[in-house]
Structure formats: structure tokens, C-alpha cells
Design a protein around this ligand. Sequence first.
Ligand SMILES: Cc1cc2nc3c(=O)[nH]c(=O)nc-3n(C[C@H](O)[C@H](O)[C@H](O)COP(=O)(O)O)c2cc1C
Length: 179
Amino acid sequence: MKSIDTLIEQRFSPKHFADRAVSEEQLHQLFEAARRAPSSFNEQPWRFIYATQEHPEAYQKLLSCISEHNQQWAKSAPVLMLSLAKKHFSRNEKPNRHAWHDTGTAIGFLLLKATEMDLYAHQMAGFNPEKAREVLGIPNEYDPVAMMAVGYLGEEENPNKLRKPVNEIAFTGNSHGLL
Ligand SMILES: Cc1cc2nc3c(=O)[nH]c(=O)nc-3n(C[C@H](O)[C@H](O)[C@H](O)COP(=O)(O)O)c2cc1C
């Protein structure tokens, strides 16, 4: 079993996916990880619309929402997904200011589970949310958040692991280090 440090280290966003299918059972395991994520008032505001290449019509609908630039590499992925965030709390209809935050947390869980299964995911802000709403019939209560391509690794890639050092992102007790 891979350690959490290994999963964090191994994960990256590839641009080449292998011509190898991802099963519904595997996808279920990814969503199972996502559903375990914490959320404000346990609202679980995340939703996912996905399609595999085995269902070309549904797959093409998702692909058509992705920017042309991203489509060039994303179309090699056997699975495409769109994450959504429910905008209001079901308990009292008040706006859920943390809906996107919590959806991102769920994605984080999904990403690490994917890595454990030797799957890779590449998220995309480069898509058209209005088109997604129209093409996929998304109700107004849900915000399209990000799209994601998922699959096995294709050709070898050099992961972009450039990261800010910890002393640029975490500060003890005050904001003096913020630029
Ligand atoms: C919300 C979000 C949106 C992103 N949008 C795009 C995108 O539209 N196109 C793209 O090529 N990469 C996109 N990325 C991938 C990032 O560029 C990538 O995660 C970052 O450079 C760090 O690299 P790594 O994931 O390989 O560690 C996105 C990532 C996130 C989390």
C-alpha cells in the first residue's frame, strides 16, 4: 500500500493518457473517496457529471464544453468529468459560501484515491460553464466548478512540481509575511 506521502508526491496532471479504459467500478471507487470529504454543515455540495469513451454521445457533450486548447490533450482521456457545487444549504436555503471550497476538498480526496489506483487526473478551468449548463441541462442551483480528464498515464512526462516554499504560504500568528 502506498503511503500518503507517496500519493502526494506521485500525483501530477498529465497531458497524455493511455488508450486503456477505466471501468465503472473504478469510477465508483473515486466517487466513494470524494463522498468521504468533510464539508460545512456536512452539506456535501459536490456533484459530478462524467462520461467514458464507451458512451461517445455523452463523452462528446462533455468534450464540447472544454476549450479548444485543452481539448487537444483532454480528448485522449477515457473519462471526462465536470464538478458542480450546490449553491445553497439544503437545511435552510441560505447561500453556502464554502460550496466551492468543499467541492475542491472532495476533488482532493478523489485525486489521491486515483493516484493510489495508478490513475491520473488533469483538472481544467478552461471550459465554458454557460455551455456546460446548456448542453448538460444543469439547474441554476448548481455552479459548474471545474472539468477533469481521468485515465492511465500515456507517454512519460516531466511533472511540473514547482511549488512555493512553506515560508511563503504559512505564517505564525500574523499576516506580516503576506505580500
Ligand atoms: C481548478 C484547476 C484548473 C486548472 N485548469 C487547467 C487548464 O484549463 N488547463 C491545463 O492545462 N491545466 C489546468 N490545471 C492544471 C494546473 O496547471 C496544474 O495542476 C498545476 O500546474 C500544478 O501541476 P500538477 O497538477 O502537475 O502538480 C488546472 C488545475 C486546477 C486545480
